[in-house]
Design a protein around this ligand. Structure first.
Ligand code: EPS
Length: 403
């Protein structure tokens, strides 16, 4: 499974096409819309989110609520479009009074974008570089989530830091601790701790008052994964590489770590690697597990059956109401960067986009392991795999050591 998107921030609509979709699994507009709404939420969003009410139209690939195995085309209309029709017209001439944007914002794609494309108007670049495009990613990711749900995989996310306000370390999931959706979504910052949420809101208020913006950290968690998804034999199969590339492709995401991540570089191996133990699962199956989850659910480019934990850092939004210095592209004179209507913080939204990216990579890897033609065959292969793993562990329990 993979996706591509199209659409400008102030064009008529955003589009996503999801291809290599297996047939036969249930998908609904309501499920996609729920994620689109979550992406729009969050304390610190700007005026645009008050205009948009993102909802999807499924244009292809679905019949009677089940996927057909053909590409799924998704459309999200921009409600702001009527205000931009002249400035963003696909055809005809530019209006005579069109203001070209010539003061690129440091930190945005504006300057390198116009240099790359030989444009004299930053809007030609920023319309597509805008994080508005991430709404289409979320719609595509909801298709991937619907496929993964058939294998018991669930993906969630939560914010762990805004500016200097951090969720207390002891609350951050390492081994097994998944926060309830209710606890996360109740918070205006999608942060599972009420006290931290209030401190984060105060930090956002202060940044807004100063004409500034803030970044932060968030975690993405995938539960219900079986071991052996991804691959160790080829660079392109390695799941950590695929996940990292997908996550850092989200606008403003500057880094990702799995499990212990960077902290692992300061510790001896005996304190980093997760001892393998044999234990009984909730369903009464005996299987190898880990005493800790410093690896964040990934070893050798594959899932190891533990919780997948990816932590990401998002830089502050580049559009500032107290702008930084820049240069006028026409005159070369020193100017202040463009002021655009913008968010002060979009970390809770970026975390929802990250869920979509993780879902797409996992959905594709599940399709590769169990078959990507149709749900029936994939579930049969999945069951066979689980039975094979369970049979081996059961033989340990009997002490027979049979294969
Ligand atoms: C966004 C829509 C954009 C911005 C934001 C994300 O809308 P507009 O350009 O009309 O304000 O609010 O994009 C950025 C912060 C950015 O730097 O590109 C959205 O739908 O998420």
């Amino acid at each position: 499974m993979r996706y591509t998107t199209a659409g400008e921030s102030h064009g008529p609509a955003l589009l996503a096409i999801v291809s290599e979709v297996p047939s036969g699994f249930a998908l609904s507009t309501a499920a996609i819309d729920a994620d689109l709404t979550r992406r729009q939420s969050g304390y610190g969003r700007g005026g645009r989110m008050a205009i948009e009410r993102d909802t999807v139209r499924i244009l292809s690939g679905l019949r009677f609520g089940r996927t057909l195995g053909s590409p799924i085309a998704l459309q999200i209309d921009n409600r702001d479009w009527p205000n931009w029709q002249e400035r963003m017209a696909a055809e005809g001439r530019a209006p005579v009074d069109l203001v070209r944007e010539q003061t690129p914002r440091p930190g945005h794609a504006d300057l390198a974008g116009v240099q790359k494309t030989a444009s004299d108007d930053c809007r030609d670049v920023l319309e597509r570089a805008s994080a508005r495009e991430s709404a289409a990613r979320v719609a595509a990711g909801a298709v991937a989530k619907a496929w993964l749900a058939n294998f018991g995989v669930e993906i969630s996310s939560y914010v762990t830091r805004i500016g200097t306000v951090t969720l207390p370390e002891e609350l951050i999931a390492r081994k097994g601790a998944v926060f309830s959706t209710e606890k996360i979504e109740r918070s205006e910052l999608r942060c599972p701790d009420a006290q931290s949420t209030e401190a984060m809101k105060a930090a956002i208020d202060a940044a807004r008052a100063a004409g500034d913006s803030l970044g932060g950290w968030f975690n993405v968690v995938a539960s219900g994964l079986v071991p052996g998804i991804g691959g160790y034999a080829e660079a392109t199969q390695r799941l950590d590489g695929r996940l990292a590339a997908a996550l850092v492709s989200i606008p403003a995401i500057k880094g990702v770590q799995f499990g212990l991540g960077f902290a692992a570089g300061a510790l001896p191996g005996s304190e980093v690697h997760d001892p393998i133990i044999v234990s009984e699962t909730d369903s009464g199956r005996i299987q190898p597990q880990r005493a800790t989850n410093n690896a964040g659910g990934l070893e050798g480019g594959m899932t190891n059956g533990e919780l997948l934990l990816a932590s990401c850092v998002m830089k502050p939004i580049p559009t500032l109401t107290q702008p930084l210095a820049t240069v006028d592209l026409l005159s070369g004179q020193r100017r202040e960067a463009s002021r655009e209507r913008s968010d002060v913080v979009a970390v809770p939204a970026a975390a929802v986009v990250a869920e979509a990216e993780v879902a797409m990579v996992l959905a594709d890897a599940y399709g590769k392991k169990f078959g990507g033609d149709n749900l029936t065959d994939a579930l049969a292969a999945f069951e066979h795999y689980i039975n094979r793993l369970t049979a081996r562990s059961t033989s340990w329990a009997r002490g027979t050591g049979e294969r």
